[in-house]
Structure formats: C-alpha cells, structure tokens
Ligand binder design. Structure first.
Ligand code: HSE
Length: 311
C-alpha cells in the first residue's frame, strides 16, 4: 500500500566551483531543507513554508521551486494528485548554496516515493530543474544535480543532458561561508556577459579540464591552479563587500582554492583536510567580520548521498 505522507531531507550544494560555470557542482552535508508531502483527496497543491528569512518565498505552486518540481513530475506521469507540501527551510534563500535546488530535489524524491517510484532518480532531474528554473530564471543543473545525486557532478552537456559523477579525493573538504545578506540568482544571472573573449573561453576550458584531472589524480596543486573563474567572478565579485579580502584570507590560511559559491553571496573554499577546512572557515568569517558583515561557516566533506527519506 502506498504511503500518504513522506518527509525527505536534501542538502545544500556549491555550484560553479570557480572554473565550472553552470557545469560543476558538489553537495555538502549541511545545512539542509526538509520537505513533507501529504497526499490529498482533491486536486491542487498547497505550499506551507517555515524557517528564518522565508517571507520572500512564493507559495503559489507554479512559482515555488518545490511546487513547480512536483507539478512538472505529476504532469509527466499524467496524474492530478493533490497534495500539501510543507517546506522547512534550513538553507537561507538567496545565500548561494542551492537553497531552491535542495527544496526541489527533496520534493521530487518525495512525490516519486508517494507515487510508488515510477521514475528513476535520473528521470527526476528534469523535474527538479523545472523547479529550480522558477527561482533562478535559467535552466541550469549545477545545484540540483548534486542535491539529487550527491557527490561532485559534471554537467558535460545540457542538450542532451549528460550528467557525470566526478571522482573525489578522500581528503578533500569544503568550506561554505554565508554572509548575512541575500543575492537574487535571477539578478546575478542577468549581469553575466552575453559573450566572452576567445582567450577567456580557452583559459576557462583549460582550467576545467585541469580541475577534473586534479580530482582524478588527487593533485591538490593542480586543483588550486585550475580554480580560476574568468566568466562570473569578475562581474559578480562587486556584489559581495570585501570579496577579495575574504578570498585572500582563505588562501593565506591554506585553502586549495576559493571563489563565489553559485551566484553568491556565499563563498566556498576547498581544503586538504577537515582541520584545514575549519581553519579556513574561521579566517573567512573573521575577514567578513572585520569588514562589518556577520557570516556563518559550514565545513564538510563532499556529501555523497541522495536525499534522505526520514519517515
Ligand atoms: N551556475 C549558477 C549561476 C548557479 O552561477 O548562476 C546558481 O546557484
């Protein structure tokens, strides 16, 4: 007999990873969102949201990332199932660590489970992307794919979708530092250049290839040399007060590399051990503080799990 209600947790993620604009992302262990979906006898989707700083999140299902993902999913299997979706936000919206993607990932896993799992995890991705698109105004998978599959993900192609799991060195740790203000992903995407010079495209392609080889060989020096963003960081850095100071604090304290997490304002860094990632986090929080901004750091290995069904 199918369950009537389900709770699913999905975690935050870091997108772009400096050299992989829109094509590399990884999941982190915390923070996370929890979604409870309860089926109803009549059609229609009701959205209930709780958690700090959630006033700006739309509750119309087609405008809400979890709601839209569930609508897209139900449409694909020709179902008009009604349900209530309760979203407990642990990931602040507009923070740059895949807040909307986590809600969408948990929602598609939850509704698929309630419907008896007619779709595979791979099939769920497009529905999660449809949800993510209402928040970001663009069709990108570098948060939703890691939120759904776990690990470090390469989106080799969007058309057709080709999603690859990259190898992750055991000692690789992430730090995500969230300053206390919001950047709207739609706005941050609007400021991106429509064209990039050939020289930058060549350098970015070289760095992306170097980054994937660095992961495979656990060559942290190569990873660090490759973590350069010539597309988004040059224009988005100005959205984050003291960005270059905080980035330097990370590098001075031993980070392999450091950049903007997704569309910001969070910064991320990669480090060679858990201790190193914590030290880097403290240095970054201190640097923000000296520049008048409160922030919070999350240290974590690359999180390799799918969204977790809680009950
Ligand atoms: N790749 C996306 C961007 C991630 O940078 O706009 C958004 O979190």
């Amino acid at each position: 007999m199918l369950k009537k209600s389900i709770r699913v947790r999905a975690t935050a993620s870091v997108a772009n990873v400096s050299c992989g604009f829109d094509c590399i992302g990884y999941a982190i262990a915390e923070p996370s969102d929890v979604i409870t979906i309860t089926t109803k006898n009549k059609p229609g989707i009701e959205i209930i949201i709780s958690g700090p700083k959630t006033d700006s999140i739309p509750t119309k299902p087609e405008k809400n990332t979890a709601g839209k993902a569930v609508l897209s999913y139900l449409n694909s299997i020709n179902q008009e199932q009604g349900c209530a979706i309760e979203i407990e936000k642990g990931i602040p919206p507009g923070s740059g660590i895949g807040s909307s993607a986590a809600s969408a990932a948990a929602a598609v896993v939850g509704i698929n489970e309630l419907m008896g799992n007619p779709l595979t995890l791979d099939d769920l991705l497009v529905h999660g992307m449809a949800g993510e698109a209402v928040a970001s105004g663009g069709f990108h998978a570098d948060n939703i794919a890691p939120a759904l599959f776990g690990g470090m993900i390469l989106i080799r192609s969007y058309d057709p979708l080709d999603i690859l799991n990259l190898p992750v060195p055991e000692d690789l740790f992430s730090t995500a530092v969230l300053p206390d203000f919001v950047v709207n992903t739609k706005d941050a995407r609007r400021m991106l250049p429509k064209r990039v010079p050939l020289k930058s495209a060549v350098a970015q392609a070289g760095n992306l290839a170097g980054f994937t080889l660095g992961l495979q060989k656990a060559d942290f020096d190569l990873l660090g040399r490759s973590m350069v963003d010539l597309f988004a960081e040059p224009v988005r850095a100005e959205l984050i007060p003291a960005f270059h100071i905080v980035q330097k604090a990370a590098m001075d304290n031993g980070a392999i590399g450091c950049g903007i997490s997704g569309s910001g304002p969070a910064l991320f860094a990669l480090s060679e051990s858990e201790d190193a990632s914590r030290k880097v986090g403290t240095a970054m929080v201190d640097a923000f503080k000296k520049n008048g901004l409160n922030s919070i750091a999350y240290s974590s290995p690359i999180h390799k799990k799918h969204p977790e069904i809680l009950d």
